[in-house]
Design a protein around this ligand. Structure first.
Ligand code: ATP
Length: 354
């Protein structure tokens, strides 16, 4: 199910029903989404789910079996004609930067520029200045840190003013202390230049941090596309929910429009009476209850600084659960507490194998 894109201006990228098979096996199946100028869409999913193949088809490195890629309103293949990567208004940044080792920084950044020499020089200088590398123009890639190299790769891709930027795990080889700064610099620059961005990542936190929208893929298919808060608060299925945190899962049957579980009854709109359903509660939403809650035996309790992590076993049924509570809350192991899902926090899913 693809949410209607709430695009304020005409999309810069439109992908429709994209398909690609390798040796008869679908790597990408019926994938569609769009990206507005200045917006970042993160393709998120486990290894092998088809993220890179989707990106490569948008770039024109890989030929789709079927489907449409439109950039700035223009189809990238028409009547059998296929626009090669170098003729698409697209910039690319990959995990391994791929700077030219024998060219200095200025020549790397200017590599795709074909304007009058003076104009190109000004453009290169402005971009270097913009990412804090003004003093590094004459250096060679091996004389730069990883973060500096990645910033050079970014402005090299941006120098020819692409409509669309494609990035495949662009920050994953950076030290985590460098990563935040480089990400912020990239986001600022991409927004200023109104560039549309598709970024591949397998890291849900990075997708939340960078993406105006997130497209979750699984086994070649687009499972859900939407704003980060939509995916976090209203995941399409248990798999999407599990991407963003641990889950406590209880199962039950639907009766009277509610799933009846050991944690209580939860509204189950749209689910058939008598069918089995699962209820997922994130650990920060499973909290101690004064009365009414479900009895649970404390197995382990630890203070993590900002919050406490309490591992419990529900008394009826014996299911293991986790509860995260702000501050220092350490009930004694072996003691009996009562827990409940915070109102409105439970996510209800139809059981997949029913
Ligand atoms: P990762 O995060 O590991 O890069 P991904 O989500 O980007 O994974 P893809 O690289 O798009 O996944 O691969 C999707 C599927 O297509 C995988 O099963 C992969 O083995 C297969 N595949 C990709 N490229 C080819 C190819 N050129 N020939 C054959 N199979 C391929």
């Amino acid at each position: 199910r693809v949410a209607a894109p709430d695009t304020p201006s005409p999309p810069m990228l439109e992908v429709e029903a994209l398909c690609r098979r390798f040796a008869g096996v679908a790597a990408v199946e019926d994938v569609g989404f769009s990206v507005a100028p200045g917006q970042v869409t993160c393709l998120l999913g486990p290894s092998g789910c088809g993220k890179s193949t989707t990106l490569r088809m948008i770039a024109g490195i890989e030929r789709p079996d079927s489907g449409v890629v439109r950039i700035a309103g223009r189809p990238m293949s028409e009547g059998g004609a296929f626009l090669p990567p170098e003729r698409r208004p697209v910039g690319m940044v990959f995990q391994d930067f791929a700077l030219f080792p024998h060219l200095d920084v200025a020549a790397n950044v200017g590599f795709g520029l074909r304007g009058p020499a003076r104009q190109d020089r000004d453009r290169i200088a402005a971009l270097l200045e913009r990412v804090g590398l003004a003093g590094h123009a004459a250096k060679y890639p091996h004389e730069l840190s990883g973060g500096e190299q990645q910033r050079v790769a970014l402005i090299r891709a941006l120098a020819p003013r692409p409509c669309l930027m494609l990035m495949d795990e662009p920050f994953s080889s950076l030290d985590h202390r460098l990563r935040d700064g480089v990400r912020d610099a990239a986001l600022d620059l991409l927004r200023e230049t109104e560039t549309a961005v598709v970024m591949v990542t397998h890291d849900p936190e990075e997708a939340m941090l960078m993406g105006h929208r997130i497209a979750v893929m699984r086994r070649g298919r687009l499972i859900q596309e939407g704003r980060p808060d939509e995916l976090y608060d209203r995941p399409a299925d248990r798999g999407v929910a599990a991407f963003f945190s641990d889950l406590n899962i209880v199962a039950g049957r639907v009766a009277g429009g509610r799933v009846q579980t050991v944690l209580g009854a939860f509204p189950a709109p749209g689910l058939a009476e008598g069918s089995r359903a699962e209820v997922a509660v994130r650990p920060q939403h499973l909290v101690p209850a004064e009365a009414g809650g479900t009895p649970a035996r404390v197995e382990r309790a630890r203070y993590l600084g900002r919050e406490s992590l309490i591992e419990i076993r529900l008394e009826p049924g014996g299911a293991a659960m986790k509860s995260r509570i702000p501050g220092l809350v350490l009930p004694a192991p072996g003691s009996l507490i009562r827990v409940a899902a915070q109102p409105g926090s439970a996510m209800v899913f139809a059981c997949e194998n029913e």
